[in-house]
Design a protein around this ligand. Structure first.
Ligand code: NAD
Ligand code: MG
Length: 382
């Protein structure tokens, strides 16, 4: 039985991970469940999966969870400190990183340092601290299995020991505003942006998909996961979301990964790797798919993708600044405090104003993240 710690268990990826667990009785044991504030759902999950420990990162939710917990065999802990303590205390073979935001960096590094394999959905952690994550992984030899659908696709298309991988072709749906002109983009409301055409996901990533920041974060994620330079990562807008990404080799071969837009497929592959197990998720019907189309992304209408390329080109703590500013504007947009295109302006300004560090230490990253959030928030409040 593979023992799992699921961080972000109450979210979209977390709950779908538990669906994969349900599909294979006797194969997985859930030892740690962690969420942010939804203690009610965590409690329900604990009744079903009997973890040894549950954690919420929000103090008020912790008080409620502790009070309502009916399972004496299950310890309740609070905060990121609680997550780290749980990893030290309870046996885990794989950590599922399904929390959102750069808050995932501490438990990710901790798990890798302990040699625990990682099923990683939490792309912000790789964007903010990619080199720290890579160093920790190289040191312990723990595996990072990508859960993000494009990166799972690329991972499956990369041949072991391949010497002539030329390029990654990273597909993007283009989001709900793919065909909108710039004037119309100024008027976009949160409700419109929260309706993704092809995927049902958490709110933060849904907004990122509408601005194409999600694709920008994924370029940086691919850079760290596969060691491919950003110059050789090309984004293709593919509105059908059937090809989940491709890899081009030096002999002219292009390998593509196709499938239904269903996150349980890449989650399951990360959990069962290197094996591929049977699953009853809906099948892709290629006869119902009349065409597969590809467009170049428009960096004028979607400046966030351009900013992400600029951040990874600059290197150092710049992707961390980009990510922190984006987390701030993404929430501000959902709260009605920032316009759709204004999000890019605030990110660009934060990138210009936050001190650049070429070779940041862990402490530099923490400081950068804090400072960039502060600069972005001040800009929004003014
Ligand atoms: P979600 O908002 O549905 O869930 C996020 C989870 O993280 C929740 O359980 C929440 O309680 C927890 N969380 C939030 N803030 C936290 C904090 N500060 N500390 C600890 N836990 C916290 O989000 P999601 O859509 O499941 O996405 C999770 C991650 O997976 C994100 O990084 C996202 O980019 C990535 N991802 C998601 C999808 C998808 O289809 N949903 C696809 C690819 C990648
Ligand atoms: Mg993705």
């Amino acid at each position: 039985m593979k023992r799992l710690a699921i961080l972000g268990a109450t979210g979209s990826i977390g709950t779908q991970t538990l669906q994969v667990v349900d599909a294979f009785p006797g194969e997985f044991e859930v030892t740690i469940l962690a969420g942010h504030s939804n203690w009610q759902l965590l409690l329900q999950q604990a009744e079903k999966y009997h973890p040894q420990c549950m954690i919420v990162t929000e103090p008020a939710a912790y008080e409620k969870l502790k009070q309502e917990n009916r399972n004496p065999g299950c310890t309740v802990l609070c905060g990121m400190q609680g997550v780290l303590q749980a990893l030290d205390t309870y046996p885990v073979d794989m950590l599922v990183g399904a929390m959102s935001g750069a808050a995932g960096i501490e438990p990710t590094l901790k798990a890798l340092e302990m040699g625990i394999d990682l099923a990683l959905a939490n792309k912000e952690t790789l964007v903010a601290g990619g080199d720290l994550v890579r160093k920790a992984q190289q040191k312990s030899g723990a595996k990072i299995l990508p859960v993000d659908s494009e990166h799972s696709a690329i991972f499956q298309c990369i041949e072991p020991d391949s010497k002539c991988l030329n390029k990654i072709l990273l597909t993007a749906s283009g989001g709900p505003f793919r065909t909108w002109d710039k004037e119309a983009l100024y008027q976009v409301t949160p409700a419109q942006a929260l309706k993704h055409p092809n995927w049902s996901m958490g709110q933060k990533i849904t907004i990122d998909s509408a601005t194409l920041m999600n694709k920008g974060l994924e370029v940086i994620e691919a850079n760290w996961l596969f060691g491919v330079d950003y110059d050789n990562i090309q984004v293709l807008v593919h509105p059908q979301s059937i090809i989940h990404s491709m890899v081009e080799y030096g002999d002219g071969t292009v390998l593509a990964h196709l499938g239904k837009a269903d996150m349980r497929i890449p989650i399951q592959y990360a959990l069962t790797y290197p094996e591929r197990w049977q699953s009853d998720v809906p099948r892709l019907d290629l006869f119902a798919t009349h065409q597969l189309t590809f467009e170049e992304p428009d960096l004028q209408r979607f400046p966030n993708l351009r900013l992400a390329y600029e951040a990874i080109a600059k290197g150092g703590n710049m992707p961390c600044i980009l990510n922190a500013a984006n987390e701030v504007v993404n929430l501000a947009f959902r709260e009605g405090k920032c316009g759709f295109l204004q999000m890019s302006e605030v990110i660009a300004e934060t990138m210009a104003k936050t001190s650049f560090i070429l070779e940041p230490t862990y402490e530099d990253y923490v400081q950068t993240d804090r400072l960039a959030r502060q600069i972005a928030k001040e800009r929004i409040n003014n």
